[in-house]
Design a protein around this ligand. Structure first.
Ligand code: ZN
Ligand code: ZN
Length: 383
């Protein structure tokens, strides 16, 4: 590892601590207690014996954490978005928690991450298992960008810097705007919300709703940045994006207050027995979807980055099994494949051909080495 791998990107990637009026708003929040934002219910980031549990799961999932072949993509260009969806609502899952949603004539991009790695460095950290199916330069006009929290797999400095050069509004949780401002987003294009606050952008209503998680971009900002799930509502349609969250009873309240939802995008992967309170497992993801009164669930936060010791395909297999048992509708698109909930056209089970098998992995020598770097926009990996 050379020194160049760390500099000069690292300090800027850590973001900035809220200050001035931004910090005052943080302090006035009812969720900010004794110097830090608190979860809606008591929450531990890791259980007792977390290390032992983690090591056991790492052993069990050895050789199963990556797909057995190349992940198929449905490539998109800006022209695919020239005509809006017939039904008024369409989602394109671009990988992990990044979703482009066309809703009632507007376009909203959630948790955009175009970098190769979700890490403070372009040289190390979890690397993508597939490229984005939409080049950054092919992104159509966006009415709004929504960020759930400041973890690297949801808030990507290179992507924010590139978005700062476009004319788009950002809706983010309290305190998070400090990161955006440091990276060049003008203050007038940043709206920070506390849980249950709503703002209007381009005729859509954006509401930050509670989530059971945490933020920790760096020691300097610890406790002063809020995390959230999001509701976006137009004249005809409503969608929910979970960000990262553990299970908690608040999903029922969000469903009551802001549902029913035509589409829920719910964190389904990166769960672990060592951190059960801050990430949903697949069965809990389906439960959250039902609590929220969602019509169709799109599992997110799986497949793209290897962040947790579970088999690559387990999030969607388990979610689909639970959905069948509970009578829920879950759709698993390829990255780039359109999901238009009202058309009731279910994607095929493309991931099954890629299900990793222990025997196959034992024969593959490269199982623990990162895959070849996918192609990303050069300006997004430059410091
Ligand atoms: Zn997170
Ligand atoms: Zn995450």
């Amino acid at each position: 590892m050379t020194a160049q791998a760390f500099a000069p990107q690292w300090p800027a990637a850590l973001g900035a601590r809220p200050a001035g009026e931004r910090l005052e708003r943080v302090r006035r929040s009812p969720h900010f207690v004794d110097g830090a934002f608190r979860n809606p219910v008591p929450t531990s980031r890791a259980t007792d014996g977390a290390l032992r549990l983690m090591l056991r799961q790492v052993r069990e999932a050895a050789g199963l954490r990556r797909p057995a072949g190349e992940i198929p993509l449905v490539w998109r260009t800006a022209s695919d978005y020239a005509d809006g969806p017939e039904s008024g609502l369409r989602a394109t899952w671009l990988g992990h928690a990044t979703v482009l949603v066309e809703i009632d004539g507007r376009r909203v991009l959630f948790d955009p991450v175009w970098s190769t790695r979700c890490s403070p460095s372009a040289a190390f950290g979890p690397a993508r298992l597939h490229a984005l199916p939409l080049r950054f330069t092919e992104l159509p006009y966006l009415d709004a960008v929504v960020i759930s929290h400041d973890h690297y797999d949801h808030l990507d400095m290179a992507t924010v810097k590139a978005l700062a050069r476009r004319d788009t509004q950002f809706a983010v949780p309290l305190g998070l705007g400090a990161h955006l401002a440091r990276w060049g987003v003008p203050e007038e294009r940043i709206t920070e919300l506390d849980w249950h606050e709503t703002t209007e952008i381009a005729g859509l209503e954006f509401t930050a709703t509670p989530a059971r998680h945490y933020c920790n971009r760096g020691a300097r900002v610890l406790g002063t940045v809020l995390w959230a799930s999001w509701v976006v509502a137009g004249a005809q349609h409503r969608v929910f994006h979970s960000g990262d969250t553990g299970y908690f009873p608040g999903f029922v309240d969000i469903g009551d207050a802001y549902g029913p939802f035509d589409l829920t995008m719910i964190q389904t992967g990166a769960y672990g027995d060592a951190w059960p309170e801050v990430h949903l497992n697949p069965e809990e993801a389906v439960q959250a979807h039902l609590d929220l009164t969602g019509a169709v669930m799109l599992p997110i936060h799986w497949g793209t980055f290897d962040l947790a010791p579970h088999p690559w395909h387990a999030p969607v297999e388990r979610a689909l099994a639970e959905a069948a048992r509970r009578g829920a509708r879950v759709v698993v698109p390829k990255p780039g494949e359109f999901v238009e909930p009202e058309l009731k056209r279910d994607p095929e089970d493309w991931w099954r051909a890629l299900a990793p098998a222990k025997e196959a992995c034992a024969a593959r020598r490269d199982v623990d080495t990162p895959p070849a770097e996918p192609e990303v926009e050069p300006e997004l990996v430059a410091p």
